[in-house]
Design a protein around this ligand. Sequence first.
Ligand code: ASP
Length: 245
Amino acid sequence: NAGRGSVFNAEGQQEMDASIMCGKTLAAGAVAGIHNVKNPIRLAHKVLAHSDHVLLAGEGAIQFAKQHDITFEENEYFYNKYRFEQWKKLQGSTKSQLDHSEEKDKYFGTVGAVALDQNGHLAAGTSTGGMTNKKFGRIGDSPIIGAGNYANDKTCAVSCTGTGEYFMRGVTAYDVSCLMEYKGLSLVEAAKQAIQKLTQLGGQGGLIALDAQGNIAMPLNCPGMYRGFRQGDGRGFVGIFGEEK
Ligand code: ASP
């Protein structure tokens, strides 16, 4: 559910959000409510690298993309039959839906990545089509720095997926960082507590998180989240359901 194959909104359109953040400088770039941009995360990076702003939305973001050599595609490129049928079931209702909880084996949610380089610098990126049948103009947590995406070399890099409104209210990605910075919690404990707080709010989803020592946490409170990691020594893991790494 990002770029090509994104979910459909209540108007039958694919509107996308993305953000990227550098843990060394705290520089960040984000785009929200964009359409027809082939790789929304590339546009978020352009905002980081080539503007004085952090978040550009809608037609302003599209205009910026045209000025910065970003590739556009026609609607047909983004179309996905499975996504369209998901939307058709909800069309006309006021319900919006997260696909993590819908059908087993089909937990194709938001795409997020966190990375640590050999110099100890962290980064986080998150890209999404949002929630099926979301209102036209609805923006989720993914492009909101601190809600769905955050990186700071002092603490951690975090990328979230789930019911965005709750991650925004819980400021969940930053919450993991704060629990480490102010309470001295380990990454794993901080990530666990942030998801517990999300659960108390009524939110559903999970996050992937990494600290500057290479510790990894991937807690979730929903049936499934496609996730994995690869370490410098070649060790890796992939998971779909609630299994621990
Ligand atoms: N967090 C995304 C949003 O609310 C949806 C998802 O993660 O699948 O826009």
